[in-house]
Design a protein around this ligand. Structure first.
Ligand SMILES: CC(C)(COP(=O)(O)OP(=O)(O)OC[C@H]1O[C@@H](n2cnc3c(N)ncnc32)[C@H](O)[C@@H]1O)[C@@H](O)C(=O)NCCC(=O)NCCS
Ligand SMILES: Nc1ncnc2c1ncn2[C@@H]1O[C@H](COP(=O)(O)OP(=O)(O)OP(=O)(O)O)[C@@H](O)[C@H]1O
Length: 286
């Protein structure tokens, strides 16, 4: 009996890690995304390519697998928070080794890492609400081993007095739960293709996120351009309409002109796709 449940835990952990990796690849390939790396090219980035993003996503499989295994049926306590912190930092090192020192997925490791852990903590049976609340509980606990780094993201949150990646997780991913997932479902329901529905979900995040990637490179001007441009796409009817596609290409040009890239929004789209997949009733795993 014990052996059977161990085998199940192992198989399900492996499935969670595979889903997290696939969501990163789906996000990276999704096109056309404003300012971001996609199947068309490098967006506003000098040091990133689609091939590098995909290599990075593959390099993160062991980290996601370790996160799922160590979190399996565990409660949200400081011991688990510290384990997850260590495994997340190991994942960052694996990413850096795979990319020759380029930050391809730091924010994504944080968001997806917490969600993979949360799914494993629930042993596979969780709603989107439960998943994000459990991830938030974990993200809100202190990690004594966390290095005191003054990152670009922290600098932007202090300078502009806005929430960043930590707060998004600690507040149970409001941009995923209140904006992206409802938009993904609404766009699918009106007949958008899967590609268009995902782009609409990305737009929904961009209407409101204080994306510290954009703030660091292009300040408040860049953030305003991102939020207003994304609203214009959705107001025009979203990416399945000709007007929405025109607004999207205008937003893309504007982001490139400002050297802005909404990496935080891209991470939260990957998180949205992960929750959509994990909580899908068609998913045989749950
Ligand atoms: C919390 C993290 C993301 C650091 O955030 P910080 O804002 O200090 O720094 P940094 O600029 O390096 O990275 C922020 C990244 O988050 C993403 N992001 C930017 N803005 C936002 C936002 N508003 N909401 C969500 N994500 C965002 C972007 O990808 C950005 O590059 C993370 O690297 C971290 O501290 N990890 C520690 C390891 C850990 O505890 N892991 C546990 C889960 S695996
Ligand atoms: N498709 C994508 N294109 C670009 N960035 C992405 C994409 N998907 C996710 N990201 C996120 O964006 C972040 C990278 O953004 P960025 O390059 O602005 O960060 P940086 O390396 O800290 O800053 P800079 O490039 O300004 O030196 C990563 O942490 C990653 O998680």
């Amino acid at each position: 009996m014990k052996l059977l449940s161990q085998t199940q835990a192992e198989a399900q952990s492996s499935q969670l890690a595979t889903m997290a990796r696939d969501c990163l690849i789906d996000e990276a390939r999704l096109s056309p995304k404003p300012g971001l790396v996609d199947s068309r090219g490098n967006g506003a980035h000098q040091d990133l390519t689609l091939a590098l993003m995909e290599r990075s996503a593959h390099s993160l499989m062991p980290a996601f697998l370790a996160l799922a295994r160590h979190s399996w049926l565990r409660p949200a306590d400081i011991a688990l928070r510290e384990t997850v912190g260590r495994l997340g930092r190991d994942g960052e090192q694996q990413m850096m080794a795979a990319t020759g020192g380029v930050n391809t997925h730091r924010g994504a490791i944080w968001a997806l890492g917490l969600l993979v852990s949360a799914a494993a903590m629930h042993g596979g049976t969780a709603s989107a609400d439960q998943l994000t609340r459990t991830a938030a509980a974990l993200a809100s606990l202190p990690d004594r081993a966390a290095p005191k780094l003054f990152s670009k993201g922290l600098k932007a949150t202090h300078r502009y007095q806005v929430p960043g990646a930590r707060e998004e997780a600690q507040q149970a991913f409001p941009h995923v739960m209140k904006l992206a997932l409802p938009q993904l479902l609404a766009s699918r329901a009106v007949g958008a293709s899967e590609n268009e529905a995902r782009l609409d979900a990305l737009m929904a995040i961009m209407t409101s996120l204080s994306d510290t990637c954009v703030l660091s490179r292009a300040g408040m001007t860049g953030l305003d351009a991102m939020q207003q441009g994304a609203r214009a796409v959705l107001l025009a009817g979203g990416c399945r309409t000709a007007a929405g596609q025109l607004a999207l290409s205008q937003l893309d040009r504007r982001m490139l002109a400002l050297n802005a890239s909404p990496g935080g929004a891209a991470d939260l789209l990957a998180a949205t796709l992960f929750i959509d997949r994990v909580c899908s009733p068609e998913h045989s795993y749950f």
